[in-house]
Design a protein around this ligand. Structure first.
Ligand code: HEC
Length: 170
């Protein structure tokens, strides 16, 4: 009888360990489908936002004769408009992801407010693209940018100079 004892104790000891692992608040890999917040921002959120921000833009050009030419760029083809709408849709997905336990864990209440703000702004941005309204796309792009900045002000990125759209402000 005695010789089975070590086996039994180890089996009993296993249960509390498993329970502990299940209750742990430590985000596991599965909770962070896009990696850390930093990785998600750099690899997903920023490039997607840039597609949207780049869709409608104004450029001033100085001609050789000294005159200034204003040029407006906007999506032309169905595919281009779809790409802009898709980008705004993806931003809503990222916003929803930021509100999940894995990404919101250990953040303040305001984290959820900022993430929800992004979801709403990105929805408006998508609607503007679906309506193929360049002015609205430009305006909603600004609103999206403001939401990015608001969250970064409360949760400053390690390298602020590389952060979202800082170049747009200056
Ligand atoms: C809910 C909060 C929140 C929102 C909304 C948000 N971010 Fe971030 N972002 C962060 C945090 C937190 C960091 C810092 C991550 C770190 O350094 O650990 C960050 C960092 C970044 C960085 C810098 C990453 C680096 O270190 O180089 C970029 C770029 C970025 N965000 C882009 C955006 C864009 C674009 C948007 C809007 C479309 C946006 N973010 C919206 C929280 C947010």
């Amino acid at each position: 009888m005695t010789k089975f004892l070590p086996l039994r104790t180890s089996r009993i000891a296993l249960f509390p360990l498993l329970a502990l692992a299940a209750c742990s608040n430590e985000p596991t890999h599965a909770d962070l489908p896009y990696g850390t917040v930093q990785q998600m921002m750099v690899n997903e959120v920023q490039p997607t936002a840039e597609i949207y921000w780049g869709a409608v833009k104004f450029e001033s050009r100085l001609e050789p004769d000294g005159s200034v030419v204003e040029e407006e760029f906007e999506p032309k083809t169905e595919e281009e408009w779809t790409e802009v709408a898709d980008a705004a849709h993806k931003l809503q997905d990222f916003a929803a992801e930021l509100q999940t336990e894995g990404y919101a864990n250990d953040r303040g209440e305001d984290w959820l407010v900022f993430a929800d703000g992004l979801a709403k702004a990105a929805k408006q941005a998508e609607d503007a693209a679906l309506a193929k309204d360049p002015d609205a796309v430009f305006e909603e792009g600004g609103t999206v940018y403001n939401v990015c900045s608001a969250c970064h002000q409360m949760y400053p990125p390690a390298q602020l100079e590389t952060a979202a759209g800082d170049a747009q402000v200056s």
